[in-house]
Design a protein around this ligand. Structure first.
Ligand code: ZN
Length: 316
């Protein structure tokens, strides 16, 4: 795998099978659907709030176009059902559509049956809108945690090709400590699934979250930059994420605790400028490109019978 080039103006020639860019990802949800507001905003009340996701996604699409960047948009099924034109707009701009589940219930709060229904329904709705298979999934609040690996098997059984939920950090409420930092294949009883972990920063012996979101808005810019450069030193693509509401400083505000207020509303006014800087400094693509280039330890589940036949022929 080649080293990743940092600046948009010095993109290397692409070689087939070699990802030459980091992963840019967007969790497409409304400002009132974030997990931190669950106790304040009941799902039954979601319809009452002003929708702002369309405007913010449009601005983000313009920004990505200006920088010739592509990304993966993990769209909430609830949003897709109400805004199919927005999903089509994202896809037509050349980006990948993936699933963020149906209604933003954390995996840690779902039964396997409810999780399966969520990932099946969201995949179906997204595919009906775009006509393109949905390959990827990201759990709300990175909520596939140790003990929740059953969810990975369900993703495989439901036809997903990759996941981007295992955040290899130790944090209250989420994180998959001990997980690998770079894209890799997971071997599960149900088959194989590519894993695209959000970027982390190795600092003074610690592994810190540095993939985007609040870490990008609240902490110095060099946190994410250094994390992506560390990925490049390993010749690996890193994964960055952002939400549309993080580009919306004038969004309606909820009366939440001091800590939640800082985490959710802090730094909203500087997200767009920082994003411009990041997009100028690094090259980004959609996760499906990285998955396609990730060397599989053995062929994907759908190809297995054919592969077995080929191997059998060689062996004989
Ligand atoms: Zn989310």
């Amino acid at each position: 795998m080649t080293a990743i080039v940092r600046h948009a103006s010095i993109h290397p020639p692409e070689r087939p099978g070699v990802p030459a860019a980091h992963n840019f990802s967007v969790d497409v949800e409304e400002y009132f659907q974030v997990s931190a507001f669950e106790s304040r905003v009941a799902r039954s009340e979601w319809e009452r709030f002003e929708s702002r996701v369309g405007r913010e996604v449009s601005r983000l699409l313009d920004q990505l176009t200006r920088h010739d960047a592509r990304g993966t948009f993990f769209v909430l099924g609830w949003v897709a059902e109400r805004k199919p034109a927005l999903v089509r707009l994202i896809a037509r701009a050349g980006h990948e559509i993936a699933s963020h589940g149906w209604d933003h219930v954390r995996v840690t709060e779902q039964t396997p049956r409810a999780f399966r229904a969520s990932v099946r329904r969201s995949k179906q709705v997204l595919e009906d809108i775009t006509g393109v298979p949905v390959l990827g999934y990201r759990a709300p609040s990175f909520s596939i945690v140790p003990g929740g690996e059953w969810a990975l098997d369900i993703l495989i059984e439901e036809g997903y090709r990759y996941d981007s939920s295992l955040f290899p950090v130790r944090r209250p409420g989420y994180g998959y400590p001990g997980g690998r930092r770079d894209p890799h294949w997971l071997e599960r009883p149900a088959g194989q699934l590519a894993e695209m972990p959000p970027a982390t920063l190795r600092w003074c012996g610690l592994q810190l979250p540095a993939a985007g979101g609040a870490y990008f808005r609240l902490l110095p810019y060099r946190l994410v930059r250094t994390a992506l450069r560390q990925c490049e030193d390993r010749c690996q693509p890193g994964t960055f994420y952002i939400h549309p509401w993080e580009l919306d400083p004038t969004q309606p505000r909820f009366p939440v605790s001091w800590l939640t207020r800082v985490r959710h509303y802090g730094g909203l006014g500087r997200t767009e400028a920082r994003l411009d800087r990041l997009l100028a400094e690094f090259r980004f693509t959609a996760m499906r490109d990285t998955v396609a280039a990730l060397a599989a330890p053995s062929p994907p589940p759908g190809d297995r019978p054919q592969w077995r036949n080929a191997r059998d022929l060689r062996a004989s």
